[in-house]
Write a protein that binds this ligand. Structure first.
Ligand code: F6R
Length: 636
């Protein structure tokens, strides 16, 4: 959730740390901070970092910083609070003067460690778990240094670099033995002002990038866009000692670990949206392009979603899909595709519940397919790791290349949606739906099924859907009207639909609540009468999602039921559906192009996203960075 950046090089770092934090802000934005080694002061035990911290966004931090600072070594952080409120005293970096630390994740045993440290006389300055790291690292570095000095006669032949490595290795290994949890951190130390010490256990990603005469430590590749074209992802349970020209990586026990550099997929920063607009809107509008790109890939690189025979054999007895949030709704849609089109028995499991749910399925050796935009969601990583430990094959559908999920999977299917910055996912979702459908069709073609091939979307259907998505985007004036006149003042919005449309309702409601802060609920239309219909009072907006299909008539009956109880019905249907509707009970309608049933999620996603976007806009919400959320959820 939080993000970490560190640069150790020859050129001033302050501007570049701030720029990187701006890019990384999507991972957390409660507070931000930077520490640099102070070029004007001789470092020693007494305090010699320049540290600036601020509550709120990076732009608040930049107002406080001395931008003329020439320091060439520094670390920075944006925070998503776990332990301790989002105040300045809890903002990172945390420093005791000798050491400065930025941290992502959780030190699970921090409270025992804190008690021990307090008993040894240390006074804590913050409520964070991070601060135990500062005091432990300080303690063990000083201890290792003293030990070295006591033995210095015997070690006289060592070079300054060897001395630095000996002390830091010794200290960090001791600290890593004491702490547990899922974490990543980077630290600066006064004794070694041209070094960054970085470590990660599991779930919280950390990479080291090569720059020009410098190394960069960062929680993701996007943060390093424009700083580094090649990067090494630190494996689980490894640490790195990083200086200007040297990178040494070790396992937690001190064993040397190898490095493998990948091209940074984010060489150029993703272009910022125009003034007054948002990444979310930009990304909603990119969806036809993304689907076109995927179609082109499928046409030109036939094997892209071709399920190799190995995967087919693995999945023939069934498949479990797992993910969180919107990606989980993509899994619900994926299950529908895989079961109906390909005849594959498919279970779905929320990644955060995966382990508890699977524990009873002792002999389950079916493969697990995880779906994730970021590839860094801690719950999803944990679920896959658990399945892998049990000997299950693991596959993933991921957007961010070389992300943790991609690296741990036996096979990865990329969504190629490009960088997604808005916290609420949009284009990555439709890309996931496309990939799941393409996989299901591939399975089906391999003849494991009885789904009639004429019932599959044709090439022409696929080709047309891109145009339909573009056409749907052009209907945004209707979404603006409905959002301004109806949703904006609502306390409660229900979304109802059946089959695939029910899953889309869950997604539509999630989008609405996360960015507009209006309570919204997706309900299977047939379930209304079993409880949720009690929520309807005079004027409650109910979005009815019903493109014309085999379930249309039933959904229309449910629409009558809610209208009879005073709901203001917002109907999303298509040209054919519109001809069959009792318009007298509809408050507003959005008419979509009619398409093949299996392709409807790609189109229906758009009005749902636009409703949420324009409602949040009308309510003055912070659309790209909704409160309490972060783009990559790297804590469980
Ligand atoms: C909702 C949203 C989240 C993510 C979820 C999983 O708009 O963005 O619900 O879908 O946190 O994230 P990824 O896909 O990165 O694993």
């Amino acid at each position: 959730m939080c993000s970490i950046i560190g640069i150790v090089g020859d050129s001033p770092v302050v501007h570049r740390l701030l720029d990187a934090l701006g890019r990384l802000e999507y991972r957390g934005y409660d507070s931000a901070g930077i520490s640099v080694t102070n070029p004007a002061i001789n470092l020693g035990d007494t305090g010699n970092f320049l540290t600036w911290r601020s509550v709120g966004r990076v732009k608040e931090l930049s107002k406080k910083i001395d931008l003329s600072c020439k320091s060439t070594v520094g670390i920075g952080h944006t925070r998503w609070a776990t332990h301790g409120k989002p105040t300045e005293r809890n903002a990172h970096p945390h420093t005791d003067g000798f050491l400065s630390v930025v941290h992502n994740g959780i030190i699970e045993n921090f409270s025992e460690l804190k008690t021990e440290l307090i008993q040894s006389g240390i006074v804590f300055q913050s409520d964070t778990d991070t601060e135990v790291l500062v005091h432990l690292l300080s303690k063990y570095i000083k201890k290792a240094r003293n030990l070295y000095e006591a033995n210095s006669a015997a070690e006289a032949t060592k070079s300054p670099d060897d001395i630095r490595r000996t002390i830091l290795n010794d200290a960090i290994q001791n600290v890593l033995k004491k702490i547990c949890g899922s974490f990543a951190f980077a630290a600066l130390c006064s004794d070694f002002p041209e070094t960054i010490l970085a470590a990660r256990s599991t779930s919280c990603p950390l990479a080291v990038g090569k720059g020009i005469n410098e190394f960069i430590v960062c929680s993701d590749a996007f943060g390093m866009a424009g700083l580094s074209s090649e990067l090494h992802y630190l494996d689980d349970y490894t640490y790195a000692i990083v200086s200007r020209r040297n990178l040494s990586v070790f396992g937690f026990g001190g064993e040397k670990a190898s490095t493998r550099f990948y091209a940074n997929p984010f060489k150029q920063e993703s272009s910022k949206p125009e003034e007054q607009t948002h990444y979310m809107l930009k990304e909603i509008h990119e969806q036809p392009l993304v689907i076109q790109r995927l179609l082109d890939k499928v046409a030109s690189e036939r094997e892209i979603y071709d399920i190799s025979s190995e995967v087919i054999l693995d999945a023939i007895n069934g498949l479990t899909l797992t993910a969180c949030g919107t990606a989980f709704y993509a899994c619900m849609i994926g299950r529908y595709f895989l079961q109906t089109v390909a005849g594959i028995r498919t279970d779905i499991e929320l990644a955060s519940e995966f382990q508890s749910a699977q524990i009873s399925a002792r002999d389950d050796n079916r493969p697990v397919l995880a779906v994730s935009q970021s590839g860094e969601t801690a719950d999803t990583i944990k679920a896959l790791a658990y399945a892998k430990e049990r000997g299950q094959k693991i596959f993933s559908i991921v957007n961010v290349p070389q992300s943790s999920l991609a690296r741990m999977s036996h096979k990865v299917f990329y969504t190629h949606a490009g960088p997604e910055v808005g916290v609420a996912t949009t284009k990555a979702f439709t890309a996931q739906v496309f990939v799941l459908l393409s996989m299901a069709i591939e399975f089906s073609k391999k003849n494991y099924v009885n789904f009639p091939s004429e019932a599959l979307p044709s090439r022409d259907d696929f080709r047309k859907v891109v145009g339909y998505m573009t056409k749907t985007l052009s209907l945004d004036s209707q979404s603006i009207d409905i959002s301004n006149s109806l949703f904006r003042h609502a306390k409660n919005i229900l979304y109802i639909g059946r089959g695939l449309n029910y899953y889309m309702c869950l997604e539509g409601a999630l989008k609405m609540k996360e960015i507009s802060y209006i309570h919204a609920e997706g309900v299977a239309a047939g379930e209304l009468k079993h409880g949720p219909i009690a929520l309807i009072e005079d004027g409650t907006p109910v979005v009815v999602l019903a493109p014309f299909d085999d379930l249309f008539a039933k959904t229309m009956s449910n629409m009558q039921e809610v209208a009879a109880r005073g709901a203001k019905v917002v109907l999303i249907t298509d040209e054919i559906g519109m001809k069959h509707v009792d318009q007298s009970i509809v408050h507003s309608a959005v008419m979509l192009p009619h398409t093949h049933k299996l392709l409807t999620p790609l189109i229906c996603a758009i009005p749902m996203q636009l409703f949420a976007y324009y409602t949040a806009l009308a309510r003055g919400c912070d659309i790209d960075k909704p409160r309490n959320l972060a783009k990559s959820v790297t804590v469980e």
